[in-house]
Design a binder for this molecule. Sequence first.
Ligand SMILES: Nc1nc2c(c(=O)[nH]1)N[C@H]1C(S)=C(S)[C@@H](COP(=O)(O)O)O[C@H]1N2
Ligand SMILES: [Mo]
Length: 205
Amino acid sequence: MGFFDSNRAEYEKKGIDPHRLPSGQYWTERFPVLHIGTVPDYGPDLRSWSLTVDGEVDKPFTIDFAELQSLASDEFTHDIHCVTKWSKFDTLWRGVHLSRLFERAQVRPNAIHLMMYGDHGYTTDLPLSEVFGKPGMVATHFEGESLEPDHGYPARVVIPHLYFWKSTKWIRRFEFLSSPVSGYWENGGYHAIGDPFKEQRYSGF
Ligand SMILES: Nc1nc2c(c(=O)[nH]1)N[C@H]1C(S)=C(S)[C@@H](COP(=O)(O)O)O[C@H]1N2
Ligand SMILES: [Mo]
């Protein structure tokens, strides 16, 4: 029996519904760390961290961490799936749902796309159809604790219904766009949407 089969047998033995694991993925209880560049250090008071929402909006705004925390009262539990083939079940996050965060910006009707900017130059993009009415959030807490620096402290995006490269760590800016622009991995040939249940790993295949 190969690795993927024995992995599947292992979690099925635990009573986990096999349909939760998309094809080509394996299940893990670990939480791997994956990113380009180094982990940012915002200092003890997070004075150098802020979050901006701008672009095709009527009311662009920037908030500091205290204000983000005052908004961060939404919770969800979801499975997450990385394009490097690991999946992790039942991850619990607290933060603010993207649709609630974006309400205040008054997104213009001509906006169709979103670019997310993390620190150290990471970008990833999405059509708005994957944002509004879908389960994304800006998370400040994982399993009841502040995020680990490696996992995006003080705040990261979590978009659980898509491959995890869409979930920008050290999130600093959301820019609404009137036409699609590709982010870091999308420029390198990764899929524009990245639905793990459709195995949308690469574009053009
Ligand atoms: N800022 C930033 N966010 C990022 C990345 C990155 O390189 N920089 N990598 C992405 C990728 S490819 C994955 S799989 C997840 C990994 O998140 P984790 O390290 O918490 O598991 O973060 C995503 N968010
Ligand atoms: Mo990834």
